[in-house]
Design a protein around this ligand. Structure first.
Ligand code: PMP
Ligand code: GLN
Length: 385
């Protein structure tokens, strides 16, 4: 055998690949994978074109275009009132997933433990395990998806290297509150535990809630990798551009991995975003735009057998389908795609060992027309399943 031992023996295609393919095959409306189907801003596209025309087509600085890092630091100062050294504490990455993977790879050693709350974004556990570390999973309560901090205390031991958090959370749309942050400060104070905070949905937060960035809390910021994605800020998930913010000591290790992996990111989009970031209203208006979408899908589904589990952020809202079917989540999601023509993501896919709460995740970052067709189909689901 050329290859006799897989590094990730239990990993197949991601649920996003699987459900998007199935949606395509069955001509289903895709409320599964999280990406907007409405156009992104034309002005930003024009700025990328201009950067290319102007000749910015060679490698950027490995840490990211300096002007972009400077603008990111300004944005962080404006939003979270904290200073970040753009020469030492920011690295631009090809997306948020890469920032997460690189942070983990930079610090994890064989046998280290990382606390992960489930349901968890699907890249976390494989990225921990491929580095020889162990994911210690703690379930969020159901149906409120809250962290049980006493359980976190119970699970911490001398091998605990890191706690991963994600707010607004994928797939549940829950957010961390000031109280959660206090608990996190108490638990980590006086320890060497690192934090990885996935904040790719920082601007997608609803109902007048405020994003509790780790960057706002010096006690946490000093031990954290904080990961972001421009794909989510400018409705261009396919651009795969993001960044990581961390203290110099952590960034030094991050840079060692990054410089031998992608080295540097696509230059034209960095030039364009550096300019575009100055228009604060583009990211400050996102919450309103997407909250309208969340509410619209909720309203459209109000006379169906899908019951929302309220989302406070992200592109997603989870729906309980137990009035409609007792199928497990994966079976239900596949049948819904094939028979009803609407694809969603089974929340069970975000657990190491699938649980079955009869919950499906829908992405509402779609044109109204897309949401309307999906809702019309979902209204008739009982007849078709
Ligand atoms: N974290 C979470 C929770 C996400 O939902 C996503 C979405 N893809 C990412 C990270 C990564 O984003 P990117 O596409 O920039 O890699
Ligand atoms: N983050 C997106 C989601 O949760 C998908 C990303 C991907 O396809 N890997 O749906």
């Amino acid at each position: 055998m050329l290859l006799n031992k897989s590094k990730l023996p239990n990993v197949g295609n991601t649920i996003f690949t699987e459900m998007s393919q199935l949606a395509l095959q069955h001509n289903a409306i895709n409320l599964g994978q999280g990406f907007p189907d409405f156009p992104m801003n034309q002005e930003l596209i024009a700025l990328v074109n201009k950067a290319m025309q102007d000749g910015y087509n060679q490698y950027a600085h490995s840490d990211g275009l300096p002007l972009l890092r400077e603008r990111i630091a300004e944005k962080i100062k404006f939003l979270y009132n904290t200073s970040v050294d753009y020469n030492k504490e920011i690295i631009v990455t090809p997306g948020g997933t890469y920032a997460i993977y690189t942070s983990l790879t930079a610090v994890l050693n064989i046998g280290d433990e990382v606390i992960v709350f489930e349901p968890a974004y699907d890249s976390y556990i494989p990225a921990i395990e491929v580095n020889g570390a162990k994911a210690v999973t703690i379930p969020l309560s159901f149906p409120n998806y809250k962290i049980d901090w006493s359980e976190v205390k119970n699970r911490i031991n001398s091998r605990t290297k890191m706690i991963m958090i994600n707010s607004p959370q994928n797939p549940t749309g829950t957010i961390l509150t000031g109280n959660d942050i206090k608990e996190l400060i108490n638990i980590t104070q006086g320890t060497n535990i690192l934090i990885l905070s996935d904040e790719v949905y920082e601007h997608l937060i609803y109902d007048n809630e405020k994003h509790e960035s780790i960057l706002k809390y010096p006690e946490l910021k000093e031990r954290s990798f904080v990961c972001f994605s421009f794909g989510k800020v400018f409705n261009c998930t396919g651009w795969k551009l993001g960044y990581c913010v961390a203290p110099e000591m952590l960034m030094k290790e991050f840079r060692k991995i990054h410089q031998f992996n992608c080295f540097s990111c696509f230059t034209p989009s960095q030039i364009a975003i550096a300019e575009y970031l100055q228009k604060k209203e583009t990211y400050l208006s996102l919450s309103n735009q997407l909250q309208t979408k969340r509410d619209y899908l909720r309203e459209l589904l109000s006379d169906t057998l899908f019951t929302p589990i309220p989302s406070k952020g992200s592109y997603f809202e989870c729906y309980d389908y137990s009035q409609l079917s007792h199928d497990d989540e994966k079976t239900f999601a596949v049948r819904l795609t094939k028979s009803v023509g609407v694809a969603g993501i089974p929340v069970s896919a975000f657990y190491k060992t699938p649980v079955n709460n009869h919950v499906i995740r829908f992405c509402f970052a779609k044109k109204n027309e897309t949401l309307e067709i999906a809702a019309e189909r979902l209204k008739n689901a009982a007849k078709k399943l």
